[in-house]
Design a protein around this ligand. Structure first.
Ligand code: ZN
Length: 389
């Protein structure tokens, strides 16, 4: 199957200018100043991208695809994600994880859900484990999971500095990082440990100590929720300046917790503070439960974290904070692809997977979404639905 995208302005995420792209089956086949479909050739679908930006499909590196929550008892367990919850946010790759509950949600369910979503059209990977230590894996061993199970690209989300964590010792976390590193090296994967950082005052202390006292490099960790409060955010800036990666959560903002920093403002502040754009990523924490409070702090109810917040915060950083579109896109495309070693993702480049988003130039709205060469959304109209949608 051939799809030709014409007259778009390409951010790869670096700026390439006006280019035509030919998608050959599931890959970006050719990129050139002009590509024209010959007459009397096989059928070619042509998408006119005039007044559109053509950018890489978004990567959401922390999504509770099986549902999350349950922290207000059983009835607050959030439902599983649907395909269009993902694609309407322009997301074409998700990394699924378990959270607080590793009892009623298992790795066996998680991998089945990830495979189901992949059958429906998006690319999926998973972290092995949940908040808990010892880590509950699929095979019983972190290294074995990484080497033997294709979808497993790291460990997470391991909870630290949080009243809901299993209060692991420094040694426990060191051993997890060591196993993830070795499993990653032997399987050609990132072997990153995704760390849920809570509101506790130990913040990133464990990671700093492990990096200081062992041979494990700082790049082995991807701590998330760094924008959840001001104190952690400041520590995160310091950590990133030492070469660490920091992940900001787009479904967290001041409406959730008054001390939280929105990702759009957080990105701008980090760049102003001298953090390299290469060290920052965004993820949505999508499909987890989000408590909603009124002005008086009364609980109004629960909502489910949305993947649309991922690009929503990038868009806000560009429109309201003056961040360049190139930098904004990096945190949800090329950066997670590089950090998580997703070789064929995150770039508009010949030979890469045909995961693309077309954005309207004036309003930066997600207009068209292509995942592995398949048009999932076209002119804001959903073309492919999940099995039960
Ligand atoms: Zn978390």
């Amino acid at each position: 199957m051939l799809t030709l995208i014409k007259n778009g302005e390409v951010y790869a995420p670096h700026y390439l200018g006006k280019k035509d792209l030919l998608i050959v089956d599931k890959n970006i086949g050719y990129i050139a100043d002009e590509i024209n479909a010959p007459a009397d050739f096989v059928e070619i679908k042509v998408i006119d991208a005039t007044d559109k930006y053509v950018v890489p499909g978004f990567i959401d590196s922390h999504v509770h695809i099986l549902g999350g929550g349950g922290e207000g008892s059983y009835k607050t367990r959030t439902p599983e994600i649907m395909l269009t919850d993902i694609t309407t946010g322009g997301v074409t790759t998700v990394i699924g994880c378990l959270g607080t509950d590793g009892t009623t949600r298992k790795m066996e369910n998680l991998i089945a859900k990830a495979r189901g979503l992949e059958e429906e059209g998006v690319s999926t990977y998973i972290y092995t484990g949940s908040y808990q230590v010892p880590v509950r894996t699929l095979t019983g061993d972190i290294i074995d999971d990484l080497i033997l199970i294709d979808k497993v690209i790291g460990v997470g989300e391991i909870a630290l500095s949080d009243h809901r964590s299993s209060q692991p010792t420094l040694e426990d976390v060191t051993k997890i990082a060591a196993a993830s590193r070795v499993g990653g090296i032997l399987s050609g994967k990132a072997g990153v440990v995704n760390i849920h950082v809570g509101d506790g005052k130990r913040r990133l202390d464990y990671l700093e100590e492990i990096v200081e006292n062992t041979e494990i490099p700082i790049t082995q960790f991807l701590p998330t929720h760094i924008n959840r409060n001001q104190e952690l955010f400041v520590v995160g800036i310091d950590y990133a300046k030492k070469g660490g990666f920091v992940d900001l959560t787009t479904s967290i903002d001041a409406t959730i917790a008054s001390s939280a920093i929105s990702c759009s403002q957080g990105l701008k502040q980090m760049l102003d503070a001298g953090v390299s754009i290469d060290n920052i990523t965004f993820s949505s924490d999508g499909q987890g439960s989000i408590p909603v409070f009124d002005e008086k702090g009364q609980l109004l109810g629960l909502e489910v974290g949305k993947l649309t917040s991922l690009f929503g915060e990038v868009k806000a950083s560009v429109q309201n904070e003056g961040v360049s579109l190139e930098d904004g896109l990096k945190v949800i495309t090329s950066n997670p692809a590089r950090i998580l070693k997703l070789q064929n993702k995150g770039l508009v480049q010949e030979g890469k997977d045909a995961d693309l988003v077309l954005l309207t130039k004036d309003t930066l709205e997600v207009d068209t979404v292509i995942a592995m060469g398949q048009v999932m959304i076209e002119n804001k109209e959903i073309k492919v639905k999940g099995t039960f949608e």
